[in-house]
Design a protein around this ligand. Structure first.
Ligand SMILES: Cc1ncc(C[n+]2csc(CCOP(=O)(O)OP(=O)(O)O)c2C)c(N)n1
Ligand code: SF4
Length: 278
């Protein structure tokens, strides 16, 4: 398996006999994240048994079913609670959580900020397509102000969450933002997120032309990918722009990288000291 590349490599990690054909629309970005996740785990040299992929509900949540690791498809907004239990019981397991923007920041928002605050050693991949894809295109906490959705036919009136700012404020150890267009950078971020101790978050900008694009002048997957290519730019480039230019761009890169001890590390140290009578 060591020198495998491309589709051959991806194929090796899929439950292709049982779980396919997949449910993603043609042109959905979620499949690219699936490929990136597999390449990252392979790149780190982890065995399938050392990895547990936990997913919530949504199109994004289906991803866990397709990969041949330990996997759990949980309830909507609660993937991080399952993941926390798994990591506390099995601290050497690499626990990776896959969530949509709705799953992670709406119904699961409270769990997300507390997982970051606790600094539990799991890696969260947040597939941000700015919409509830699976349930027909309702607006989510990351739908941009003014955007048209099934539940905001005159334009979204609420302000949206910035996942990176939210996770930085909540004290996650690793916070990055990438996109499915910039896939090599994405592979690197996922690898770093998995390797870094404590809570890691990689927000991934990904297109949903079916529910978001067709209501917002991006009718085809190509239109959406072009938009991601033009708007998601490196932090370095972003910092050189005027405030007005920044308003229509999304900075990407690594925003936080710390090695504050994780919750499970502190817990097992405390348990050892109790057993030693200290
Ligand atoms: C408790 C509960 N409430 C609501 C739902 C319905 N529901 C299923 S998926 C979903 C939204 C998914 O959106 P997102 O997390 O952004 O993922 P995407 O489908 O866009 O990948 C909702 C509201 C549910 N399954 N369970
Ligand atoms: S509805 Fe959107 S998020 Fe769901 S599979 Fe289709 S393109 Fe992807």
């Amino acid at each position: 398996m060591a020198d495998m590349k491309g589709t051959q490599l991806i194929h090796e990690y899929l439950r292709h006999n049982k779980k396919f054909p997949h449910v993603f629309c043609a042109g959905c970005g979620h499949g690219i994240v699936l490929g990136s996740l597999i390449r990252s785990i392979h790149g780190l040299g982890l065995s399938k048994d050392e990895v547990c992929v936990v997913a919530g509900i949504g199109c994004s949540g289906r991803l866990a079913a397709y990969v041949d690791f330990n996997t759990v498809h949980t309830t909507h907004g609660r993937a991080l609670t399952f993941a926390t239990g798994i990591k506390m019981a099995k601290p050497n397991m690499h626990v990776i959580v896959v969530m949509g923007d709705g799953d992670s920041m709406a119904i699961g928002g409270n769990h997300l900020i507390h997982a970051a605050r606790r600094n539990i050693g799991v890696t969260a991949l947040i597939l941000n397509n700015n919409i509830y894809g699976m349930t027909g295109g309702q607006c989510s906490p990351t739908t941009p102000s003014g955007a048209f959705t099934m539940t905001s036919p005159m334009g979204q009136m609420e302000q949206s969450f910035d996942c990176v700012e939210l996770m930085t404020a909540a004290k996650a150890n690793y916070v990055a933002r990438g996109s499915v267009f910039h896939v090599k950078k994405l592979d690197k971020m996922i690898m770093e997120g998995i390797s870094n101790p404590g809570f890691g978050v990689v927000e991934i900008m990904t297109p949903c032309h079916t529910q978001y694009g067709r209501k917002n002048k991006f009718k085809t997957p190509v239109d959406m990918f072009k938009n991601i290519k033009d708007t998601v730019i490196s932090i370095e480039r972003y910092n050189q722009l005027s405030e007005e230019e920044q308003a229509s761009r999304i900075p990407s890169g690594v925003f936080v990288q710390k090695d504050t001890p994780s919750l499970e590390e502190k817990f097992y140290q405390m348990a050892a000291s109790c057993q030693g009578g200290a």
